[in-house]
Design a protein around this ligand. Structure first.
Ligand code: PMP
Length: 361
C-alpha cells in the first residue's frame, strides 16, 4: 500500500552504509552500581547544588546562547593554560568535536589514523563522513604504541587526521613521549591529542601544542564531573581553530550547559579534590585486582582499569546479576580478548565491585 511504499522510498534515500550501521549502544543501568562509562561518581555538595540551581534559574532560556558561551571557552582556555597564538572551540561533548574534525578533513581519498584499541568514536565518525580509516594495533603485551608500525602506516596512508588518546581509552595508559614526538614530526596533517582523562593523569600536551603547529589538544568537562552537561573543548593554532569554528553549529552549547560549566570552573577546587580521591581509589583497586588470582590488570592513568579474566562474558554477566555494571570490552578489538573495563567509583562502590568480582570469577 502507498504509505508503506513511501516509507521504503524514504529509507532508500538514506546512505546504504548508514543503513548497514548499528547505533552506538548505551547500556541500561537502572538499579545498578554504574561503573561502565568513566563518569565521576561524585555529586556536588548540597549547598553548591542549591547555588547552581539558583544560577540556572536566573538564566534567560528564551534567548539563544550569547557571549556567555565565549566566556566559558575563555575560562576553559585559562584553566588549561592554553598557549599564545592559539584559540579554542567548544563542542557538545568532545564527541561533537570529533564529528567537526571529521567534517573538516572529509574529502575524496582522505583518511583518519589511530592506534587500536582506542576510543571508538574516532572510527565511527570517520566512517559517517565517508573517510577512510586506518587502525594500527598497539603492542599486545603492554598496549604501548608500536612506533615502527605507526610510522610505516603514516608514510603509506598519509592520514589527514591522527588521534592519540592520552591516556588511552580503554587501556588507560600514557604512551611513550618519544614515539609521540616521532608521530607528530611524521604527520602530514592534524594530530589530535585527546586528553579526556587528563584530570586523572600526569598528562599535559600543552608543550606539544606550543612547539608543533599541527597539534590540537582536545579535553572535556565530562570526566571532570559534568558528563551530563556535554562540554568538550579543542585548542590549537588560531588558524586551524578558525576552520573548525566554521563547521560548528552556531548555538551548539545550550545556555544552561554554559552556565553550569562556568559554575563548575568557579569551584574547580571541589572537582580537583574529587579527582584526587578517584586517583587514590584507582591505586587501591589496582592493588586489590593484582592480588586476585586469575586476573591480569593493566596500570592506568585514567579513571578506569582494564582487567583480563578467563571468561569476560561470564564474569560480566555474573557481576551484573550482583548489581554491578561494568563494561565487557572483549568484542571491541582482538587485543582485548576477555578484557573487562572497570570505571573507578566511590570507595563504597569499589568495595562492592571487588566483592562482586571475586564471587563472579
Ligand atoms: N575521548 C575519549 C578518549 C573518551 O573516552 C571519551 C568518552 N568516553 C570521549 C572523548 C568523549 O567524551 P565526551 O563526548 O563526553 O566529551
Amino acid at each position: 500500500d502507498a504509505p508503506a511504499d513511501l516509507l521504503q522510498q524514504a529509507l532508500a534515500a538514506i546512505r546504504p552504509d548508514v543503513r548497514a550501521m548499528s547505533a552506538y549502544p548505551v547500556q541500561s543501568s537502572a538499579g545498578l552500581i554504574k561503573l561502565d562509562v568513566m563518569e565521576n561518581p561524585f555529586r556536588l555538595p548540597a549547598e553548591l547544588q542549591e547555588a547552581l540551581g539558583r544560577r540556572l534559574g536566573a538564566v534567560a532560556i528564551n534567548r539563544y546562547p550569547t557571549e556567555r558561551t565565549r566566556e566559558l571557552a575563555l575560562a576553559l582556555a585559562a584553566h588549561a593554560g592554553m598557549p599564545e597564538g592559539c584559540d579554542i572551540v567548544l563542542g557538545n561533548g568532545s564527541d561533537e568535536l570529533i564529528t567537526l574534525l571529521s567534517m573538516a578533513v572529509s574529502q575524496p581519498g582522505a583518511c583518519v589514523l589511530t592506534p587500536l584499541p582506542s576510543f571508538v568514536m574516532y572510527e565511527h565518525s570517520a566512517r559517517y563522513q565517508g573517510l577512510g580509516f586506518v587502525g594500527v594495533p598497539l603492542r599486545a603485551e603492554d598496549f604501548e604504541l608500536d612506533g615502527p608500525a605507526m610510522l610505516a602506516a603514516i608514510a603509506q596512508h598519509q592520514p589527514a587526521l591522527i588521534y592519540l588518546a592520552y591516556p588511552n581509552n580503554p587501556t588507560g595508559n600514557l604512551w611513550d613521549r618519544a614515539v609521540i614526538e616521532q608521530i607528530i614530526a611524521a604527520a602530514p596533517g592534524l594530530v589530535v591529542m585527546d586528553e579526556a582523562y587528563q584530570p586523572f593523569a600526569a598528562a599535559d600536551s600543552m608543550a606539544w601544542l606550543r612547539r608543533h603547529p599541527n597539534v590540537l589538544v582536545m579535553r572535556t568537562m565530562s570526566k571532570f564531573g559534568l558528563a551530563g552537561v556535554r562540554i568538550g573543548y579543542l585548542m590549537g593554532r588560531s588558524e586551524l581553530i578558525a576552520q573548525i569554528e566554521k563547521l560548528r553549529p552556531p548555538f551548539n552549547i545550550g545556555v544552561l550547559n554554559a552556565e553550569a560549566g562556568l559554575f563548575a570552573l568557579e569551584h574547580a577546587e571541589v572537582y580537583a579534590a574529587q579527582a584526587a580521591e578517584l586517583r587514590a581509589q584507582r591505586e587501591r583497586v589496582l592493588a586489590a585486582l593484582q592480588s586476585l588470582p586469575g586476573v591480569q590488570v593493566f596500570p592506568s592513568q585514567g579513571n578506569m582499569l582494564l582487567a583480563r579474566v578467563a571468561d569476560a562474558a561470564a564474569t560480566f554477566a555474573a557481576m551484573k546479576a550482583r548489581g554491578v555494571l561494568i563494561k565487557n570490552a572483549s568484542s571491541a578489538h582482538p587485543l582485548l580478548a576477555n578484557c573487562l573495563r572497570i570505571t573507578i567509583g566511590t570507595a563504597e562502590e569499589n568495595t562492592a565491585m571487588l566483592a562482586a568480582l571475586k564471587e563472579s570469577l
